[in-house]
Design a protein around this ligand. Structure first.
Ligand SMILES: Nc1ncnc2c1ncn2[C@@H]1O[C@H](COP(=O)(O)OP(=O)(O)OP(=O)(O)O)[C@@H](O)[C@H]1O
Ligand SMILES: [Mg+2]
Length: 476
């Protein structure tokens, strides 16, 4: 390159063009000032493989996401996702479209407790299994249901796994129904009744274990047999006394306000389909009733992860309801930690969605630390609009920059700040207006209004030209 004063420039059409060396005085600033002096630092954009989510506001490029692909590529320490945003900000819409779009990548979804029933249309649209529970629905989620034995699994392993899961579930149900941890005597009672119901050699089919009803189980707790007492051994009247309270609790689950939910026409959950949704929107019995049903839903997820080889999104929308129950928080946390799968379970990504981060602190005091830890185990955090009073907490919990914290209260509906590992992106979630996903995300219809929540005063407030809810842009 010719540089003045000696150069004469290149030959040819550009002849005579001479470059001058740029001479600037060195500028010294503190790091805080430099951010203002040199504002042209921008993310290079996110170029991972995955399902199309929408548009990156700053690069204007397509934003794609697949937690499993990112995990495999070593970009994320875990595939779990946390979504936070005010009412109507677009959390459920994102979850639904993510579940649908990731199906093309071989990722299936399971919703263990759909408290609003809003995942049902989405599930039906893609041919997923829907189990609707509630009084008069005619379907029961039997806690003693056993899935068919997978071909690859040895008989002994299958039996042990089913027995272990039943024991865990019945203990969790007993504890939830009693509102306290079970005593050793009660736990023994459960174990004995279960053994009595299932262990006889003639009772185990070659491809599937026998599936007793919850009524049979409750009956055995209320009337233990001499064989059960001899197995410990303890006198029969002592065993009967120990199990009485628990037996009555299980009986209440069958005869009380949850009649038909756990005992009745047992539904055969078909998890060979693209997804499974347990709709509990009709269960309004009581907090305990909801907790019991959620516990069964969680156990079903464990079975799915144990007996299939697919990758699953475990969707916990409206998670604030679930974190009120200590043992459910424990299960969610365990699920997050087992995301990579182990020698028994397959891989899963847990998606939790809450209105605000401070909801996690609203968990039962026994498990508050565990609930707050749910955030630490999500390496993707998606932040929709947040109220002003939530900004300090959110900022501290997620180590947001000033710019990011200022942005949150201004975010319009369907636009979110994605924190993926250490990187940040401002993303408009795109859903094709009147396309096949459009009617599945509409949750404002019951309010009889057009969504206007959180729109910035004028387009461009966030540095882009249109809000996605206005634009209804195309989707891949
Ligand atoms: N990407 C989008 N494009 C267009 N409209 C959207 C988009 N996302 C959400 N909406 C609109 O916003 C409304 C509310 O969205 P959504 O139900 O997902 O909110 P939410 O955050 O789950 O609210 P809640 O906390 O009450 O569950 C939807 O009815 C839909 O009309
Ligand atoms: Mg929602």
């Amino acid at each position: 390159m010719d540089v003045a004063p000696f150069g004469r420039g290149p030959a040819g059409p550009a002849a005579g063009r001479v470059f001058h060396r740029l001479r600037l005085r060195a500028q010294e600033e503190t790091t805080a000032q430099v951010a203002g002096c040199y504002p042209f630092v921008a993310e290079r954009g996110f170029h991972a493989d995955g399902a199309y989510i929408g548009r990156d506001r700053y690069t204007r490029g397509a934003f794609r996401y697949d937690p499993f692909a990112l995990y495999r590529a070593g970009e994320l320490p875990n595939p779990n996702v946390g979504i936070f945003g005010t009412i109507g900000s677009g959390k459920s819409s994102l979850i639904k479209t993510m579940a649908i779009r990731l199906l093309a990548f071989g990722v299936r979804f399971v919703v263990p407790a759909d408290t609003k029933g809003e995942m049902v249309p989405m599930a039906r649209a893609v041919g997923a299994t829907v189990v609707s529970l509630g009084p008069g629905m005619g379907t029961a989620l039997n806690p003693l249901w056993a899935p068919p034995k997978p071909d690859r699994m040895p008989d002994r392993t299958y039996i042990e796994l089913v027995e272990q899961q039943r024991l865990l579930l019945l203990t969790a149900l007993g504890a939830t129904a009693s509102g306290r941890a079970l005593t050793a005597r009660e736990e023994t009672g459960i174990e004995l009744a279960l053994a009595q119901l299932t262990r006889g050699a003639d009772r185990i089919g070659p491809a599937r274990m026998r599936q007793p009803t919850l009524a049979e189980f409750a009956d055995l707790l209320l009337n233990p047999t001499p064989a059960m007492a001899a197995a410990v051994p303890i006198p029969l009247p002592v065993l009967a006394g120990d199990c009485l309270d628990l037996g009555l609790r299980f009986r209440a689950m069958i005869k009380g306000s949850l009649k038909g939910v756990f005992d009745g026409d047992t539904v055969n959950v078909d998890w060979t389909r693209p997804g499974v949704v347990i709709d509990i929107s009709r269960i309004r019995a009581s907090d305990a009733g909801v907790a019991l049903t959620m516990t069964c839903g969680q156990a079903l997820v464990d079975q799915i992860l144990t007996f299939t080889d697919h990758q699953w999104l475990r969707i916990l929308d409206e998670c604030w309801r679930q974190i009120r129950y200590p043992h459910i928080v424990r299960r969610i946390s365990e699920g997050q930690k087992l995301a990579r799968g182990d020698d028994v379970t397959t891989g899963s990504a847990t998606i939790i969605s809450l209105h605000r981060i401070s909801d996690l602190a609203g968990a039962d005091p026994d498990v508050r630390d565990l609930a707050l830890g749910l955030l630490a185990d999500c390496s993707t955090r998606i932040l929709y609009n947040q109220a002003d009073d939530q900004i300090p907490t959110t900022r501290t919990a997620l180590h947001l920059t000033d710019m990011e914290a200022d942005l949150l209260p201004k975010l319009p509906q369907a636009t979110a700040l994605w924190k993926i590992g250490q990187r940040s992106f401002l993303v408009d979630h795109t859903v094709l207006k009147d396309g096949h996903e459009w009617h599945l995300i509409q949750t404002d219809s019951r309010m009889g209004t057009t969504p206007t929540h959180g729109q910035p005063d004028k387009p461009g407030d966030l540095g882009a030209d249109a809000t996605p809810a206005d634009s209804g842009e195309g989707v891949a």
